[in-house]
Ligand binder design. Structure first.
Ligand code: PCA
Length: 324
C-alpha cells in the first residue's frame, strides 16, 4: 500500500511540475538587424527584463540578424502569428498604411526634438491602424539622421544622375527617381554584398548602418550628412498571442516597452554623434552637401510631401496639423 501511495504521490508531483514548467508562454522575437545594432541590443534587453520580471509567465527569446524572419517578412509573420512578436522598419510598410511612412518624408522633421513631436502626433492613428490589423504596438525608436553615401564624390545634381542607388522603402525609391538615380530595393542585411559586387554605388541611410556594415571596406568613401529624416523601427505583437497573457503580464510588457523606447531614443542620439565620427576615423570623407544640392533635395522633399499628403488623405492631414 505504502509503495503504491508513494508512486501516486510521485506521479502527482511530476504532473504538477510539468504543468508549472508549461504554464509560461514562450515568444520568439524576430529582429531584422544584426545583434550588434543598437535596436537589436535594446530589444534584447527589453526581452530579458520582461522575462526576468514575469515570474515565469513569459519568456521572450530574440532572434537578431533576420535569423527567424528576414526584414521584409517580419510584418507579415507577426500579423499571421508565425512569430508572436517582432521589430520592423515602419516606413517600408507604406502599402499597409501611408501613416507608417510619415517619418521618412524628407525635411519634415530634421532633428530629434521634431522627430519626437512627429512621433507623438502620428502615434495614435498608427496604433489604431495596427490594431485593426490584429497587432498590438509596443514601442518605436528612430535611426540616427539619414545621410547620403557614395563611392564617388558628389558636387552637383549632375553627379547623381544614373547612380545605382540602394533604396530601403518607397520614399527612398522616389528620391532616387526625382534625382535621376537608379534605385533597387535592398534590405540592410544585403548592403555589403550589393556594394562589393557593384550592384549599387550610393544609398541614403544612417551613419550607424554604414558603420555596422564597415561600408568603407566596400569602396564607399563619402558620407554627406543631409539629416533629412529620422525613420523608426517599431516593435509589434500579434493580438492572439497578446490575449493569451494575463493582465499583469500585459502591464509589465507595456511598462518595459516604455523604458525600452526611452533608452532606444537615447542610444540613437549617441549613435548620431559617435557613428559619424567612426566613419571619419575609418578614413571616409564626412561632410555636408553643397548649397545647390541641398536646395535640390529640399525641392524633391516638397514634391514628396505633396504626394504623401494625397496618399494619406484626411488622417494624414490630421497628423500634420497636430505636428505643426
Ligand atoms: N538603417 C536601416 C534603415 C534606416 C537605417 O538607418 C537600413 O539602412 O536599412
Amino acid at each position: 500500500m505504502k509503495l503504491i501511495r508513494n508512486i501516486i504521490l510521485t506521479l502527482v508531483a511530476l504532473i504538477f511540475s510539468v504543468n508549472v514548467a508549461n504554464a509560461g508562454e514562450k515568444w520568439d522575437m524576430a529582429l531584422a538587424y544584426g545583434a550588434g545594432n543598437f535596436h537589436s541590443a535594446n530589444a534584447t534587453e527589453f526581452a530579458k527584463n520582461v522575462t526576468d520580471k514575469s515570474g515565469g509567465k513569459l519568456t521572450i527569446v530574440t532572434h537578431p540578424g533576420g535569423s527567424l524572419f528576414k526584414g521584409g517578412e517580419i510584418f507579415r509573420a507577426v500579423r499571421t502569428g508565425q512569430a508572436p512578436i517582432g521589430e520592423r522598419f515602419m516606413s517600408a510598410l507604406g502599402k499597409e498604411d501611408p501613416l507608417l511612412e510619415v517619418d521618412s518624408q524628407p525635411f519634415l522633421a530634421t532633428n530629434y526634438g521634431a522627430a519626437m513631436r512627429l512621433y507623438n502626433a502620428s502615434k495614435p492613428e498608427i496604433v489604431k491602424g495596427l490594431d485593426s490589423k490584429g497587432l498590438v504596438f509596443l514601442y518605436a525608436v528612430p535611426w540616427p539622421a539619414q545621410g547620403l553615401y557614395s563611392k564617388k564624390e558628389i558636387n552637383s545634381v549632375a553627379d547623381l544622375k544614373g547612380l545605382k542607388f540602394r533604396a530601403y522603402n518607397a520614399a527612398t525609391i522616389r528620391i532616387a527617381e526625382l534625382t535621376g538615380m537608379a534605385p533597387t530595393k535592398i534590405e540592410a542585411a544585403e548592403i555589403s554584398q550589393a556594394f562589393s559586387t557593384g550592384a549599387v554605388e550610393s544609398m541614403i541611410t544612417s551613419p550607424t548602418t554604414g558603420k555596422n556594415k564597415k561600408i568603407w571596406e566596400n569602396g564607399v568613401g563619402y558620407f554627406y550628412d543631409i539629416a533629412a529624416w529620422f525613420p523608426k523601427n517599431m516593435v509589434i505583437v500579434n493580438k492572439d498571442a497578446w490575449n493569451k497573457l494575463d493582465a499583469d503580464t500585459q502591464k509589465l510588457i507595456m511598462s518595459e516597452a516604455a523604458k525600452a523606447e526611452k533608452k532606444g531614443w537615447d542610444l540613437s542620439k549617441e549613435g548620431n554623434k559617435n557613428d559619424k565620427k567612426a566613419l571619419a576615423d575609418a578614413g571616409m570623407k564626412v561632410g555636408k552637401v553643397n548649397t545647390a544640392l541641398k536646395k535640390h533635395f529640399e525641392e524633391v522633399g516638397a514634391t514628396m510631401s505633396k504626394e504623401w499628403a494625397d496618399r494619406a488623405g484626411a488622417r494624414g492631414q490630421a497628423v500634420l496639423s497636430a505636428y505643426k
